[in-house]
Design a protein around this ligand. Structure first.
Ligand code: NDP
Length: 449
């Protein structure tokens, strides 16, 4: 008989927590999970899944317009926000149920309440103390809103999926993933959309040419206020007044702060254990995802490595396998592909040109800007852009960046090739599929100056 109630106590039933619980239970561990909010975490409830559904909804706007050049004649269709939100809610409820079922069918004990750590092997939940040999923190992150006057009037990605009605106008603050995705979405829903970003071009951290390109593309549909920021928000009788550092005043129905996310490590009882935090509140872990308190592990957004669902899934799986005797699996943070679902999509894998140079690599760069065939007849003023970074010493393709419709779908397969060490010669020897955008990636011959 074990001295502990459970072998593993997981706090947080999001992507990382559910995966870790399921794998651990499958390996014979006695597992409990505590979740105070919703099964599936940010991704399922207020992140990737509903955002992608909204993004599909937004693309219909373009598709209806584009169809005219192909001979389709129809009136301008109406968009009904309430229908979208209700259908999205139904789908999310269904997914919540699936996540709960995964836990139950694997005999994981569920506590639907907040859990707090009370010691290296103990947790307080539902007014009682339970003990566990290992504790896994998979508590995720939470939107962070700067503290300017009136910031309480801003909504975040937590609220944006549940607005009672579609705003007529919206100000979006930020130049990262969420800001670009929602600015694209609202602009397609016919909302007058202004994006305010403190930098001179969007998506800091991405390849500079991609930043230039997407800033121009987004600017075709969204009013951009760059090198500017929010000073204050005030509530007026007919909406919000948003004051910018440039002195401009914007009137808007809603203001979406998409200004990053912070690890959710407050009020978790961490003061009772020796878990070290980073300056931004993230949990510091070693290569095994073990915190500075040996019995406590952490995965997902709370460790601030890569705030991406598939990364949290992989991390959760690794922890459970290593604790309970499953097959060993390593996780490399190199060549993890990611996509921003703005219009057009951006997808990227590997190094940016600037990262490659900073590493001292001698590189060749290939770029191509093209008008997608689809838009020859649709007449849409939208371009695609592709970029490859090649390491001269071994000819390996070490960076791929694509701005194009469905770029995420296209780049995923190339990420496999890059993880297998594909060279530029391998790309060149691959016959393209004509006429596709992906073909461009295997027919880039001219080295950029
Ligand atoms: P990001 O870190 O991507 O972007 C935050 C933006 O807010 C940046 O442009 C940043 O500016 C700006 N910002 C931060 N603090 C301030 C401030 N005090 N005042 C003004 N501007 C500020 O965060 P998001 O919230 O967009 O998304 C969080 C994370 O979630 C992403 O990094 C990503 O990992 C994940 N995510 C992934 C998605 C996907 O895979 N498609 C979709 C959505 C989110 P600056 O650049 O100058 O610092």
């Amino acid at each position: 008989m074990s001295e502990f109630d459970y072998d593993l106590f997981v706090i947080g039933a999001g992507s990382g927590g559910v995966r870790a619980s399921r794998i651990a239970a499958g390996l014979g561990a006695r597992v409990a999970v505590a979740e105070e909010r919703y099964f599936g975490g940010t991704c399922v409830n207020v992140g990737c899944v509903p955002k992608k559904l909204f993004s599909y909804a937004a693309h219909f706007h373009d598709d209806f317009q584009d169809s005219a050049g192909y001979g389709w004649e129809s009136g301008a269709p109406d968009f009904n926000w309430s229908t979208l939100v209700a259908n999205k809610d139904n789908e999310i409820n269904r997914l919540n149920g699936i996540y709960e079922k995964i836990l139950k069918s694997n005999n994981v004990t569920i506590f639907e309440s907040r859990a707090r750590i009370t010691g290296p092997n103990s947790v307080s939940v539902d007014d009682k103390t339970v003990t566990a040999k290992h504790i896994l923190l998979a508590v995720g992150g939470w939107p962070s809103v700067p503290g300017y006057p009136g910031s309480e009037h801003a909504i975040t990605s937590n609220e944006v999926f549940y607005l009672d009605k579609l705003p007529k106008s919206i100000v979006v603050q930020g130049g990262g993933y969420i800001a670009l995705e929602f600015a694209s979405i609202f602009a397609r829903f016919g909302v007058e959309t202004t994006l305010v970003y403190r930098g001179d071009k969007l998506l800091r951290g991405f390849d500079e040419e991609i930043r230039d390109f997407i800033t121009e593309e987004i600017g075709r549909h969204v009013t951009l206020k760059l090198n500017d920021d929010i000073v204050s928000i005030s509530k007026e009788h007919d909406g919000l007044k948003v004051l910018l550092t440039s002195g401009i005043e914007l009137a808007a129905d809603e203001m979406l702060a998409a200004t990053g996310r912070k690890p959710m490590t407050t009020d978790l009882g961490l003061d009772t254990v020796n878990v070290e935090l980073s300056s931004s509140g993230g949990i510091k872990v070693n290569e095994e995802f073990q915190s500075t308190e040996p019995s406590i592990y952490a995965v997902g957004d709370v460790i601030e490595r890569m705030a991406l669902t598939p990364v949290a899934l992989a991390e959760g799986q690794i922890v459970s396998r290593q604790l309970f005797g499953g097959p060993k699996k390593d996780l490399s943070y190199e060549n993890i592909a990611t996509a921003v679902f703005c219009h057009p999509n951006i997808a990227t894998v590997g190094l940016s040109e600037q990262e490659a140079i900073a590493k001292g690599l001698d590189i060749d760069v290939y770029t191509s800007k093209m008008k997608p065939l689809k838009h020859t007849l649709s007449g849409r003023n939208e371009y695609s852009f592709a970029k490859l970074i090649v390491n001269r010493s071994d000819d390996r393709v070490i960076g791929m960046h694509l701005v194009a419709a469905d770029a995420g779908e296209l780049v995923q397969g190339f990420a496999v090739a890059m993880n297998c060490g594909a060279t530029k010669a391998d790309f060149d020897n691959t016959i393209g599929i004509h006429p596709t955008l992906a073909e461009e990636l295997v027919t880039m011959r001219e080295i950029r100056d």
